[in-house]
Design a protein around this ligand. Structure first.
Ligand code: ADP
Ligand code: MG
Length: 260
């Protein structure tokens, strides 16, 4: 459903990504990993139509991304960033309702009442007690849950996440990932997530795309891809990779250099 052919993006003289060939099937959950500056965010910007490729073709459902109008694209693709929502004085319910904009006319009206959908999302994300609270009165983890609610209200078929758990503590990281997993299982959406946490990527993603210096350094299922040698090569650290005792997923352990 997403096909990239020889895609490059150049900023003045720097190739942020180059020569990307990549196929994403409907319903897959991909993790995009790689060092800082390897082109992960650029790749998501190209998929969401925020940036246009300098070279190559990006197709969604056999149509070039650039041929979609903004509103058309917003009915298919939703994007959530590190800090999905700024701490404004809108309430949780108001911002979740803003997710409906691709379905509203120019007066902000929608054909069908979105109330029941918003109620369902608020219940699913356990935001009932917070729905009238202003965003600037929430913790980072609560605000990121509201941000997830907004993209759920958008009812996309493709969800793009750019380091969505960076500012969350471990409980909220796990909660966030589980909520995405549940949504994906129920709605069959396709998820592409840039993740720094290789251990979460290993457990949640079906497949990983690894970028290094703007190029694909590898792709495949976590259990085959995440080896000590490969991680050393891509990230330039010397890790120990062990199997998760409960599910067998490769888990990456870092070793402190304590000078002994
Ligand atoms: P990542 O998300 O993997 O950290 P990015 O995609 O943000 O990497 O950046 C890849 C490279 O492209 C970096 O060298 C970055 O400085 C450069 N870059 C990203 N966006 C721009 C931009 N708008 N203008 C110029 N250079 C950019
Ligand atoms: Mg980035």
């Amino acid at each position: 459903m997403i096909t990239l052919q020889d895609v490059s993006k150049r900023y003045s003289r720097l190739n942020a990504v180059s020569g990307i060939n990549w196929n994403v099937q409907e319903g897959e959950w991909w993790g995009v990993i790689g060092p800082n500056g390897s082109g992960k965010s650029t790749l998501l910007h190209l998929l969401s139509g925020v940036e246009t490729p300098s070279n190559g073709s990006i197709k969604l459902d056999d149509r070039e991304v650039s041929s979609y109008s903004r509103k058309e694209l917003a009915r298919i693709v939703a994007v959530l960033q590190q800090e999905g929502l700024a701490p404004t004085d809108f309430t949780v319910r108001e911002v979740i309702e803003m997710g409906r904009y691709p379905f509203q006319d120019w007066l902000g009206r929608e054909k069908n009442d979105s109330g029941p959908l918003l109620d369902r999302i608020i219940r699913k994300l356990e935001l009932e007690s917070l729905e009238s609270r202003r965003l600037d009165q929430l913790s980072g983890g609560q605000r990121q849950r509201a941000a997830l609610g907004k993209v759920m209200a958008q009812e996309p078929t493709i969800l793009l996440l750019d380091e969505p758990t960076t500012y969350l503590d471990i409980r909220y990281q796990l909660q966030f990932m589980n909520m995405v997993a549940e949504w994906r299982n129920e709605a069959g959406i396709t998820v592409i997530s840039v993740l720094h946490d290789l251990n979460l990527a290993s457990q949640f993603c079906d497949r990983l795309l690894v970028l290094k210096d703007g190029e694909i350094a590898g792709e495949g299922v976590p259990s085959e891809l995440l080896t000590e040698d490969f991680i050393r090569h891509v990230f330039r650290v010397d890790p120990a990779v062990v199997m998760h005792p409960e599910n067998g997923a490769p888990q990456v352990l870092l070793t402190a250099n304590r000078g002994t």
